[in-house]
Design a protein around this ligand. Structure first.
Ligand code: SAH
Length: 346
């Protein structure tokens, strides 16, 4: 049986250069092919016009170019686009283009399904099938950048890792994808425009600080009381708030950069005085801001968004303590493209 061909995009530039040298060609050929694969996002060997026919055939014999396809596209009445992305092995993830007046933001997935089991999130109903490769994450950004240019006449401005999956449970691949996104040989975007959102894996938050990453960190907090948080995010049992807090203090000491806490207020779950007090105390640990996100119902009605009074209560109390708080409206709700609604329904 013939050996399975290797995915050429799993090779680094150095490895590509070595491949050509070993095959009696110039190492520089590796740079050319690398540019086609990454800067130009080309998915066929035939179209690499500055590479000779023999070399292209030789590449064809040795490698495949795995890549994603936009399988389906749904447009919301607010302009949000949800893409069903088909991976080379047939699995599907979702990525979203969110336009605002001046910006376009890509919301990308990092896993097929999710490692976690947040009870309010539709993605958690899909079990984690596998991690995405760096190029599968990168390709989502390229696809959405194209849509941004097509529909909004400008390049993608921001990226949030808030699609399917827990990015810190696929840390190495997420980092490699961000390296490509920010590299001049890739998309050349600034890391300052990238936000990685996590439910909070303390060990990895510390590693990010040690790695001196330049992107932004958001933590899905939802409660600063262990008992409450564990009841909605069972994962909190393994990584309790004390450990999360310690890792965030470490993050701030090393990076001097603030953290954003994402927080949904639910009726009867975290809408009491003591919930607000606990959040305020948690916010005093390091400089931060709070994004209060609108809840996007996901089916069984078990969770209900708290009343506007309860939310106003949060806002006024946080502001009284000089904590920056923003209220984030949902986007793309009509097509199940909003936070926590990505579940491959179609
Ligand atoms: N696993 C990562 C990223 C994916 S979730 C994380 O937990 O941060 C992106 C954000 O959507 C998180 O803040 C998550 O808590 C929130 N979210 C999940 N389900 C939601 C829902 N039904 N309504 C509103 N926000 C939700």
């Amino acid at each position: 049986m013939k050996a399975k061909k290797k995915d050429i995009r799993s090779l680094t530039k150095e490895q590509l250069r070595e491949f050509f040298e070993k095959n009696g060609d110039k190492a520089f050929r590796g740079n050319q092919v690398y540019e086609w694969l990454w800067t130009k996002s080309l998915h066929t060997f035939e179209d690499m016009t500055n590479i000779s026919k023999e070399t292209r055939e030789m590449l064809q014999e040795n490698f495949v170019i795995n890549h994603i396809e936009v399988d389906s596209m749904q447009k919301s009445k607010d302009g949000t686009i949800k893409n069903g992305i088909r991976l080379h092995d047939g699995l599907i993830v979702e990525s979203v283009l969110i336009p605002t007046e001046k910006r376009t933001t890509a919301c990308v997935s990092s896993q097929v399904g999710c490692s976690l089991d947040c009870r309010f999130c539709a993605t958690s109903r899909l079990k984690r099938m596998r991690n995405l490769n760096p190029d599968e994450i990168y390709d989502q950004v390229v696809a959405i950048d194209k849509q941004s240019q097509l529909y909004h006449n400008h390049k993608l401005s921001n990226i949030v890792f808030m699609g399917m999956g827990e990015p810190l449970m696929n840390y190495n691949n997420v980092i490699k994808s961000i390296d490509k996104i920010t590299s001049p040989e890739g998309l050349g975007m600034s890391a300052k425009r990238i936000t990685v959102s996590t439910s909070g894996v303390p060990k990895i938050i510390k590693k990010m600080a040690d790695d001196e990453v330049k992107f932004n960190l958001a933590v899905s907090l939802h409660s600063a009381i262990d008992e409450v948080r564990t009841s909605i995010m069972p994962f909190n049992e393994t990584f309790p708030l004390k450990d999360l807090a310690e890792s965030l203090i470490y993050w701030y000491e090393k990076t001097k950069r603030h953290v954003t806490y994402e927080y949904v207020v639910w009726d009867g779950i975290n809408d009491k005085k003591e919930d607000i007090k606990a959040l305020i105390d948690f916010c005093k640990l390091i400089p931060c801001k709070v994004n209060l996100i609108e809840y996007n119902p996901i089916d069984d009605g078990e969770f209900q968004q708290a009343s506007s009074r309860a939310i106003d209560n949060y806002i006024s109390n946080l502001e009284m303590h000089d904590i920056v708080v923003n209220v984030r409206r949902s986007r793309g709700k009509d097509i199940d493209a909003a936070c926590g609604q990505l579940a491959n329904k179609s």
